[in-house]
Design a protein around this ligand. Structure first.
Ligand code: ADP
Length: 249
């Protein structure tokens, strides 16, 4: 795919917890239109970096820039408003609401009107088409009216992805999209992320190297809070420093 300039940039990004530096001077460039993987051994700082990019943590030092705008330290709602959407690893769905209802709720809240018209038929109708489109996009059309609590784990993750897409994000962050999945759901998820990545910019964390190799244009390898290597998957995979870091796990 043709990649544009940097959509998201970090410079010297650092996060310390009581003297322990989990993310240490990270310079990251996520190009517009790319699928960018963050990988590294356990404790490398992937989750902390992810939280810094989405505003769930404020950095100790360094900057985060989104499309040329300094967004350092902005809270998650503000980041969401600027087009940064995150799908959660821990499921945050309401068991009793259907897939469609989740999306109508997400679409409505993305209009900034809050929930006061939640039961209005007019508004329900207004979001029905877009909601159906999003469910189609993630392969959930058949289960549109099932309560989320009745969906299989992989389908719940697909619904969460659809909810993130409802925000029309310019940057989509996926926290371990295949975590806890069996081989079949992993394959489905790879296909799904490939599809939704078209025309979007995606950053994801995943432990599964098959997933990383199947999806990522660019890979950043972290070790002990620092960038150990970066580049296309094949170059990074064969980098001796990366091999050593993983053997040490
Ligand atoms: P990864 O996601 O790559 O496994 P993390 O970002 O979760 O790594 O953690 C990096 C390091 O920072 C770990 O050593 C972890 O114990 C530490 N860490 C993460 N969050 C906190 C916190 N809130 N307080 C103290 N230490 C933390």
């Amino acid at each position: 795919p043709s990649l544009g300039g940097a959509l998201l940039t970090t410079s010297g990004l650092t996060k310390s917890f009581r003297g322990f530096t989990a993310v240490n001077g990270v310079d990251l460039q996520v190009r517009e239109g790319s699928v960018h993987a963050l990988v590294g051994p356990n404790g490398a700082g992937k989750t902390t970096l992810f939280n810094l990019l989405t505003g769930f943590l404020a950095p100790s030092s360094g900057t985060v820039t989104l499309a040329g705008q300094d967004v350092t330290g902005l809270p998650p709602e503000k980041m969401a408003h600027l087009g940064v959407a995150r799908s959660f690893q821990i499921t945050s769905l309401f068991d009793q609401l259907t897939a469609t209802e989740h999306l109508e709720l997400a679409l409505q809240s993305s209009t900034g009107q809050g929930l006061k018209f939640w039961r209005s038929d007019v508004l329900m109708g207004r979001f029905a088409d877009r909601s159906a489109e999003l469910l189609e996009e993630v392969g959930l059309s058949d289960q549109a009216h099932e309560p989320a609590g009745a969906l299989a784990y992989g389908r719940k993750r697909a619904l969460e992805l659809a909810i993130a897409l409802a925000l029309e994000p310019r940057l989509l962050l996926l926290d371990e999209p295949t975590a806890g999945m069996g081989i079949e759901d992993v394959s489905r998820t790879i296909e799904l992320v490939r599809r939704v990545a078209v025309g979007r910019t995606v950053v994801f964390v995943d432990h599964n190297m098959h997933v990383v190799g199947s999806l990522a244009d660019q890979v950043t390898v972290l070790q002990q809070g620092r960038v150990l290597a970066e580049g296309p998957y094949d170059a990074v995979r064969t980098d001796p420093r990366v091999i050593t870091a993983y053997l040490g796990e």
